[in-house]
Design a protein around this ligand. Structure first.
Ligand code: AMP
Length: 291
């Protein structure tokens, strides 16, 4: 709605508590779009913000590293945090308001009541990161209640998360539109991610096997699920023997709506997904396929 290219950009307002957010939110006009993030903003987040501006009059971004979605031994403590740099990106992308609460503000006591993502949240990412999607959906629910957006924008990069947020909004009758933005990639085709900062140059070279595997799978799409998976698997097998090695958590071809693995005669919208570790960094990527 707003023509971003012609709108002068001023620094967004910053709300660090729910009370500040409520005060600043009441002054926002028109249709409001929310882009929830964990910060360390990159090109992928910028793409979400651009989509949000097309969908609404006013852009609100949130920056919150959500402890509820990290498991023991994961990178909650070391996750990159730089609010000044994030505010700069939000200003450049035309955000009117940034909500960056503390953990104590979001979780003042034990979080007893949580959103259950169901079976769809227990497979794939949910299997390798138990409790992850319950943590994600719970904080997204909180952010929706606090910001009260008309539309919220999520990335295809986290395809299972996007599908579960859509499902939560539908199953819990939340009056919010969900919009998606395609996966942004760096110039070497690695999907942009805040976690890419953990990779040293050799690890990054190895990590390129993820996007290469997805491309090989997509190129084989006329051969059907078995051919797609074996083309992608061949690339990953080679990378598993590389230096440094790529250790695959899963490679799967799923129904885009249910995230159940597709039968060999499947016709419709599917997603080819991969999750793998390179050194201490865990990466995910996917490509949507029409079969
Ligand atoms: P994060 O800050 O990683 O929790 O991501 C916040 C939002 O940005 C989520 O909706 C992600 O799916 C989205 N996102 C992250 N990386 C990308 C990317 N490379 N392309 C598009 N969206 C992304």
């Amino acid at each position: 709605m707003t023509d971003a290219a012609e709108t002068p950009r001023s620094a967004p307002a910053l709300a660090c508590t729910p009370e500040e957010l409520a005060r600043l939110r009441s002054g926002l006009e028109g249709r409001v779009a929310l882009v929830p993030t964990m910060g360390a903003l990159h090109g992928g987040h910028r793409a979400l913000m651009a989509t949000a501006r097309e969908q609404a009059d006013t852009l609100v971004a949130s920056v919150f590293v959500n402890p509820l979605q990290f498991g023991p031994g994961e990178d909650y403590e070391s996750y990159p945090r730089d609010l000044d740099a994030d505010m700069q990106v939000c200003a450049e992308e035309g955000a009117a308001l940034v909500f960056a609460p503390s953990v104590e503000d979001i979780y003042p006591g034990e979080q007893i009541v949580r959103v259950d993502p169901g079976e769809m949240g227990r497979v794939l990412e949910g299997e390798f990161r138990p409790g992850f999607f319950s943590g994600v959906l719970t904080v997204v629910n909180k952010l929706f209640n606090l910001v009260r957006p008309d539309v919220a924008v999520f990335g295809q990069k986290d395809a299972q998360q996007l599908a579960l947020v859509r499902r939560m909004v539908r199953d819990l009758n939340m009056p919010i539109d969900i919009a998606a933005a395609p996966t942004m990639r760096d110039s070497d085709n690695l999907a942009s991610s805040s976690r890419n900062a953990y990779l040293d140059p050799a690890e990054r070279r190895s990590a390129l096997a993820l996007s290469r595997a997805l491309l090989a799978g997509a190129d084989a799409s006329v051969t059907g699920p078995v051919g797609i998976l074996s083309a992608a698997r061949a690339v990953l097998d080679e990378a598993a023997a590389g230096d440094p090695p790529v250790t695959v958590d899963y490679l799967a071809l799923v129904d885009a709506n249910t995230f159940a693995e597709v039968p060999n005669d499947f016709r419709g919208e599917a997603v080819l997904l991969v999750a793998a570790r390179v050194g201490r960094t865990r990466l995910i990527d996917n490509v949507p396929l029409s079969l």
